[in-house]
Design a protein around this ligand. Structure first.
Ligand code: G3H
Ligand code: 13P
Ligand code: ZN
Length: 341
């Protein structure tokens, strides 16, 4: 089947009370790992590419790799999503490249670093919603700012500073009404990257009660949790065992994500856990068999390690077993839906 709009996956997830992992990709092996996991678990798929990923992989390679994923897995609904679009131009160029969903992250200015004003956020997000919905493409917005920085993107807020940039529930209601986004990313104390929390997070730093409050006010809006890698201890240990240097850190516990899913979270962004899995697997091969130099000798275990993480998340978030139950719709078919016909 052709790539599907993200909205239909999130609607099905909401109707059936589960969440969908949104998994970042930069290359063929990562796309293959996700598809292996989805095939094995009968899961709907959200693949996402950041601006950095599009630059690294090149839009044409990415577009054709995603077409290959769809061709090889006709039974699985797959959405292709722009992660953290910094401007309307980025989102529109993603749509030209066959993306079926875009995130307009107007919580930051177009430099992708400076927290923006609410007014700017509404204006740029609404502009993207109008253009995207006209062609049936789904839109995610963001209100509040996350911590950390990834490949130049992010305000670089510390664990303490993120508490100053949490999503305001009043503003969230207003933002959704003013922009018409399909999904809303909320800031609840998480950060991008491996270094989210210095201790296992409590409700003081990971504000799951804020999710509950926002969901109460916006029961029909799909909520998105960014920075949702769990940074498992065993993945940190593998990297460190084989010569890496990851300082002790804590991510978002799976059970907290599951609590979010009970309260309106439908899209859960995970990138770091897959990066850790890939790096650990490659380090292991390099350390144990330093004589090897065929990239397949380390990329194959890396791909398998990432597939294991993806599978575990697909099961934990409840998307497993749902691919075959979703009635596919094309972006074209969504045009009438958005036009209210
Ligand atoms: O938003 C963060 C994602 O993990 C993507 O990271 O910008 O380094 O590709 P990136
Ligand atoms: P992690 O760094 O926690 O994997 O978050 C990824 C993310 O939010 C991508 O948008
Ligand atoms: Zn993110």
């Amino acid at each position: 089947m052709p790539l599907v709009p993200m909205r239909i996956l999130l609607d099905h997830a909401a109707e059936n009370g589960y969440g969908v992992a949104a998994l970042n990709v930069n290359n063929m092996e990562q796309i293959q790992a996700i598809m292996m996991a989805a095939q094995e678990t009968d899961s709907p798929v959200i693949v996402q590419a950041s601006r950095g990923a599009r630059k690294y992989s090149n839009d044409s390679y990415l577009r054709h790799l995603m077409l290959a994923a769809a061709e090889l897995n006709p039974e699985l609904p797959i959405a292709m999503h722009q992660d953290h679009g910094n401007s309307a131009e980025t989102c529109l160029s993603a749509i030209e490249q066959n993306f079926t969903s875009v995130m307009m992250d107007g919580s930051l200015s177009a430099d992708g670093k400076t927290p923006s004003t609410y007014e700017y956020n509404v204006e740029v997000t609404k502009q993207v919603v109008d253009a995207a919905h006209a062609v049936g493409v789904s839109v995610e917005g963001e209100l509040g700012a996350l911590g950390g920085i990834e490949d130049g993107h992010g305000a670089g807020l510390s664990e303490a500073e993120v508490q100053e940039h949490l999503t305001n529930p009043d503003q969230a209601e207003q933002f959704v009404a003013e922009t018409g986004v399909d999904a809303l990313a909320v800031a609840i104390g998480t950060s991008h990257g491996a270094y989210k929390f210095t201790h296992k997070p409590t409700g003081e730093v990971l504000k799951m009660d804020l999710i509950e409050e926002i969901h109460r006010r916006l029961p029909n809006t799909h909520l998105v949790m960014h920075g949702s890698s769990s940074v498992p201890q065993e993945l940190q240990d593998i990297i460190n065992k084989y010569g890496g240097s990851i300082k002790q850190t804590y991510g978002v516990p799976i059970e907290e994500i599951q609590r979010g899913i009970k309260h309106g979270v439908r899209k859960v962004n995970v990138d770091t856990d897959n990066r850790l899995a890939i790096t650990g697997a490659i380090r292991k091969v390099f350390t144990e068999t330093p004589e090897k130099f065929d990239p397949r000798d380390y990329l194959k275990p890396a791909r398998e390690a990432m597939a294991e993480v993806c599978k575990a998340r697909m099961v934990a978030f409840g998307q497993a077993g749902n691919a075959g139950k979703i009635k596919p719709r094309t972006c074209k078919e969504m045009v009438d839906f958005y036009a209210g016909k």
